[in-house]
Design a protein around this ligand. Sequence first.
Ligand code: HEM
Length: 456
Amino acid sequence: METTVQTQPTPRVKGWPLVGNTFQFVRDPLGFLRQLQQQYSRVVGLRIANRNLTVTLTPDDAKYILQENNKNYHKSEAYRVLQLFLGNGLLTSEGEFWRRQRRLAQPAFHRQRLALLVDTMNEETRELVGRWQTHDPHLPVDISGEMMKLALAIVTRSLFSSNVKQHIDTLSGPINQIIEFAYEALYDFVRIPLKYPTPRNRRYLRAVDKIEAVIYEMINQRRAEQGSVRHDDLLEMLMEVQDEETGERMTDQQLRDEVTTIFMAGHETTANALSWALYLLAKHPDVVQKLRHEFDRVLGPDGQPTAENLRELTYTMQVIHETMRLYPPAWVFSRKPLTDDVLPGGYALPAGNGVLVSPYLLHRDPKFWEAPDEFNPDNFLPEKVKARPTYAYLPFGAGPRLCIGNNFALMEMQVALVHLVRAFDFRTTRRDVIPPEPGITLRPRGGLRLRLRNAE
Ligand code: HEM
């Protein structure tokens, strides 16, 4: 017997003829979304760039879309700009193909495997500390740029192990060009297809060529070695894994897509989270003191982070989570239902409509967070975490599409904070607040510059 579900109409925001709510949204996406959060309780409908979009506002809806009925939701057109470069890598593929690739890649990200990468994280951050120690304390440091370089070096060495210094330098420029291209394209609703040789398209394609050349060089080198040399890195794992059923390994094209995905997904996000952490710490010296006490207690005065002692750095982890609560690098997830659906509050969601889940909104919802705009690492004390709905905080997404690199990122951020906070006091260069810029990820608008002094 068929049951009919009672649905209710989705409240809609009044928009302009033809353009709907496009300008309201594009002018200030975060401000606009927060205004909606204050006016509506569960969902609200918008019309953006000729498409109907439902913004969801509750942890229940997030859970439903990302977990309970995830099979009915694919990533939306917003991911197309990423797919241009990432192809059928984990972030942008769907269905059976994605499921198989995820199964194959998962073992490379197990905590035990990641433990091998802590040394790389230590070395790269120590090198940065060494460089900064000779920096003129009167001049501000380009923290955003430095964190990008650090995260790129760590992810590149994790993928390709040793001898990649020259590759990191070759990759850094083209990667930044691709990121800028993606940022511009995100709000560019009339996109000029890549086959037209505009200066922007040509710059982008040249950057893609340079990155692919490095990746294929690494793959070819490994194929030529025929397993005679052990590398113990992510590329080796991706090349060795076999499908349980068919015994097949990844093709060069699949390896290319997964490696570029890990590069891109794995460094801008982490770099932005680290930049925001240093920004917040520059404004909260009391939190810096507590961090230093924890480092001394757990690691001893000169002890180095290891996979084991990182687990004991619980306050450091609270600081990281509180940073990603206020500034979630992935500030919005955009999906489309494959078939007509009804959200938990009884709101109909027709197939093909866009639907948004926004960690930025959930993380600042006063229903779940006291003083939601203030930085307070105690928000992540165990008892506070227990008292909140799980889906009120989701910096790494949720459900089957949960970030595969979440433990990698958390380890990397802990290691980086240990070295940087021990070595330096950070100070903001201006009094004003640095606003977040919501693009592909949430980054400090105009970049973050801080002054630093060697810590006493
Ligand atoms: C603070 C750092 C990071 C944040 C906030 C972050 C966030 C996310 C989020 C929210 C998703 C899911 C996107 C969606 O559902 O639409 C995701 C997916 C993914 N992330 Fe991360 N990520 C981070 C670091 C990393 C790192 C370090 C790596 C790899 C080394 C990585 C690799 C990936 C991959 C491959 C996916 C796609 C997973 C799939 O769909 O199967 N991420 N990430």
